[in-house]
Design a protein around this ligand. Structure first.
Ligand SMILES: *Cc1c(COP(=O)(O)O)cnc(C)c1O
Length: 383
């Protein structure tokens, strides 16, 4: 499946982001195999599917029969519906009252994060003569959205009194599942399980319980419960250097560009804004038509490496908005038009998103979502 970029992108620009949908399908299968048949997998597609393309990834998962997908915002769910994605969609984020009719009109599952919001959903559904699907959000130690665990029983009680709301799920979110020390995550899990026992005590069926992001999917098997919510792991990366990637997933992106300029730089001649780097001996430097205006972080200045002609070469000087420079060394070869890989594989070599994140002093999530729409996406690898 190859989607032509909307503008004459891939040919008009020598820079592109190649998305391997076959690899994403393989990652989904690897996570499903790891958690086993009793645990559902809900990949998270927020922020343009971590840069991979919301609609294309949504369609892929719909085709694979994913039981549910997760997004952060209403408009992300609406976009998936507009494009014909029929899987259940959970909108994980907080909502304001005016948004509720859109959820109901488009069969999107709401997060009910307080009693007031639950009542607003119930009222709206009753006025519209519809049923609302909700997941209840319990805050067990993140202090973001959700009712605190110690007062959660009131929300669960209130949901039982609703006549137009189906509580399909109940969930919490870990603050520290990406850390080496899992004691806080374990405490959050205990609090959450205690909240969920409400249903057993009343001999009621327990809605789908979920808690695990990528970190917990990898590190805390007891938190898998009924469903896991992998984001970064589905896109092939570990959430943090201390979290071992024990599930065989791989990155699905190749961010490629081409050499547009070659020059020889004399010893002592500084390269780029701020003159932060200059060679100690005469060297060969190429210029690439990509920069922080595309989402290649400026923090990678003098830190990152790229792949060209089967070798790694350093980014030298400051990354500019639309261009950056790479040192090939005194005897390096590189010609105008040569393919350069910023992220992903070239031959046997690979620049991983984990590496880029470490060089930039951030997490892989932020590297992926930063790759903006100026970079045309090219899809391959599935169907
Ligand atoms: C973003 C998000 C996830 C996925 O996080 P990763 O670290 O990318 O796995 C899971 N659950 C919720 C509620 C989220 O907001």
């Amino acid at each position: 499946m190859i989607h032509a970029p909307t503008i004459s992108g891939a040919t008009a620009r020598p820079t592109a982001l190649e998305v391997d949908l076959g690899q994403l399908a393989a990652n989904y299968a690897a996570i499903a195999a790891h958690v086993g048949p009793d645990v559902k997998v809900m990949p998270i597609l927020k922020a343009n599917a971590y840069g991979h393309g919301l609609v294309e990834v949504g369609r892929l998962l719909d085709g694979l029969g994913a039981p549910m997908v997760g997004v952060a915002y209403l408009e992300e769910g609406l976009r998936l519906r507009e494009e014909g994605v029929r899987s259940p969609i959970l909108v994980l984020g907080g909502i304001v009252g005016e948004q509720i009719p859109d959820f109901l009109d488009h069969d999107l599952t709401l997060t009910a994060s307080s009693i007031d919001k639950l009542r607003a959903i119930e009222d709206c559904a009753s006025v519209m003569g519809k049923r609302a699907k909700v997941h209840l959000k319990i805050d067990t130690g993140m202090e973001r959205i959700g009712v605190h665990w110690h007062g959660a029983e009131r929300l669960l009680e209130a949901s039982l009194a609703c006549t137009h709301v189906d509580v399909d799920g109940i969930f919490t979110h870990f603050a520290n599942a990406d850390e080496a020390d899992l004691s806080h995550a374990r405490l959050q899990l205990e609090r959450f399980e205690e909240v969920c026992r409400f249903y057993e005590r009343r001999s009621l069926p327990t809605p789908l319980r979920h808690a695990a992001n990528s970190g917990a999917t990898l590190q805390l098997p007891e938190s898998h419960l009924d469903l896991v919510r992998p984001g970064i792991l589905f896109y092939g990366a570990s959430p943090a250097p201390c979290v071992a990637k024990t599930i065989p997933v791989r990155g699905a992106l190749r961010w490629v560009t081409r050499v547009v300029y070659f020059k020889v730089v004399a010893a002592g001649s500084p390269v780029s804004y701020g003159s932060t780097w200059s060679p100690t001996t005469q060297t060969r430097v190429v210029t690439l038509p990509v920069g922080y205006g595309d989402g290649y972080p400026r923090a990678l200045s003098n830190r990152a490496e790229v792949l060209l002609r089967g070798a790694r070469h350093p980014v030298v000087g400051r990354v500019c908005m639309d261009q950056l420079m790479v040192d090939l060394g005194p005897a390096g070869t590189g010609y105008n038009g040569d393919e350069v890989v910023l992220l992903g594989r070239q031959g046997d070599l690979e620049i991983t998103v984990e590496e880029l994140a470490a060089w930039a002093g951030t997490i892989p999530h932020e590297i992926l979502v930063a790759i903006n729409t100026r970079v045309p996406r090219v899809y391959r690898g599935h169907e």
